[in-house]
Design a protein around this ligand. Structure first.
Ligand code: COA
Length: 374
């Protein structure tokens, strides 16, 4: 529907802000298509490295291109010592997402060419962030529990090395496939709030690091990526499948928004949630531990019958990450380390065809007032 002059769309709902060749969401089907591929076809068939290449370059890599890309990402995994020193110096009570935001900002201060915005420099910086954010997340996770950060293991793939740097263990095949799939699923999702924030900052011809810091600042909110932590905490609070009905009824009576439910675009179902639900059940069965899945399933049923609201991507991603050993406080950081791939594609697209982003407001304030000098 065309927007009428001076019509306000609260939350920019339904406003089409850009042409984009990166991804398409149809909330009615519902479907998510990334660079022409349906998310159901992507998950299980592409690794995070392939997904990142697809996002950055617009097409899947040949095997030689993938080998080179993989080697380049590996060469960029190390973070400067000063960033590691910063991670060791922050109070343990700091929010992990605030630490990540500041660490990325530090990378920008350390990069003497941070302001170079030609296509090649931008690409190198984005690849560097895709490679380094997991190293930062893993280092802060280990420091937080009194362990020394681990060096990246260059013999391992992106996800395998990430898992190893967080846990100190090399993941078995099932765990690794699940973790890699989570990163792939979260990699890109059209013009969500954080991607929009990245594009707004890039639209001013600011630098890459500032743009990514804006994305991190937006995704950490509980209505966006931060909902994954909220979902896991909610499942813990519910405690048992038997308690789900009362919990959901009480929350709705108090007009609380339950994390992991609802979506601005998908009103009939989030295709990512369908895939994650299947994967979580599979993991729960293989580990003979369906505690979280049972609670989640019962709360989902209650939400469907009481309010007809669908689970979104964060709802089943939370118990899945919990199954494979990620603590709640790290979950939004994991989401961010995946979404950097999508942000990168949008930053490149914005910069390649830039026009300053500058919407208008409909003025509803006072008018005609006069200053009376005392
Ligand atoms: N729990 C309970 N009720 C919810 C809800 C939730 N998670 N999400 C939406 N609703 C209700 C609203 O209260 C509203 O009800 P009403 O018509 O009776 O007033 C109705 O559904 C429409 O919601 P609305 O607030 O217009 O949706 P929105 O498009 O502005 O917000 C979200 C979308 C994602 C911000 C919202 O669903 C939400 O806060 N979800 C929880 C946080 C979350 O999981 N975020 C991650 C998204 S991927």
């Amino acid at each position: 529907m065309a927007q009428k002059d001076n019509e306000v769309r609260e939350g920019l709902e339904g406003v089409v802000a850009f042409e984009s060749t990166i991804s398409h969401i149809d909330g009615t089907v519902p479907e998510l298509v990334i660079r022409g591929y349906d998310i159901n076809d992507i998950v299980g068939n592409l690794t995070f490295e392939q997904m990142s290449y697809l996002l950055l370059f617009g097409e899947l890599p040949s095997s030689i291109q993938l080998t080179d890309f993989d080697a380049e990402l590996k060469s960029l995994r190390q973070v400067p010592k000063s960033v590691l020193a910063f991670l060791s110096s922050v109070p343990k009570s700091s929010e992990p997402m605030s630490i990540l935001r500041t660490a990325v900002s530090m990378l920008g201060c350390i990069d003497s060419e941070s302001g170079l915005n030609d296509q090649n420099s931008v690409l190198i910086k984005l690849k560097s962030l895709i490679a380094k954010i997991p190293t930062i997340v893993a280092a802060q996770a280990r420091i937080n529990v009194g362990e020394t950060p681990l060096q990246p293991d260059l013999s391992l793939s992106h996800s395998s090395n990430y898992y190893y740097m967080v846990t100190g263990e090399v993941a078995d095949e099932k765990t690794l496939n699940a973790f890699d799939a989570v990163l792939v699923i979260y990699a890109e999702h059209e013009i969500n709030a954080s991607t929009f924030a990245c594009r707004v900052v890039m639209g001013t011809e600011s630098d890459i690091y500032s743009s990514v810091v804006a994305g991190i600042s937006a995704i950490k909110g509980p209505l966006h990526g931060g909902a994954i932590d909220g979902s896991m905490n909610m499942l813990k609070e519910i405690g048992s499948a038997e308690n789900a009905e009362n919990y959901v009824k009480d929350a709705l009576a108090q007009k609380r928004k339950l994390p992991g439910f609802g979506h601005r675009v998908y009103r009939a179902g989030d295709p990512r949630a369908h895939v994650l639900k299947r994967m979580t059940l599979d993991l729960a069965n293989s580990r003979n531990d369906s505690h979280w899945f049972d609670i989640a399933l019962e709360a989902e049923k209650q939400m469907a019958s009481l309010k007809s609201i669908i689970p979104n991507v964060d709802y089943y991603a939370a118990p899945l990450l919990s199954h494979i050993g990620f603590p709640v406080i790290l979950m939004t950081n994991v989401v961010t380390s995946a979404r950097i791939a999508g942000w990168s594609a949008h930053i490149l697209e914005q910069y390649g065809k830039n026009r300053l982003i500058r919407p208008r407001a409909k003025y509803t304030g006072k008018s005609g007032l006069k200053i009376h000098k005392p």
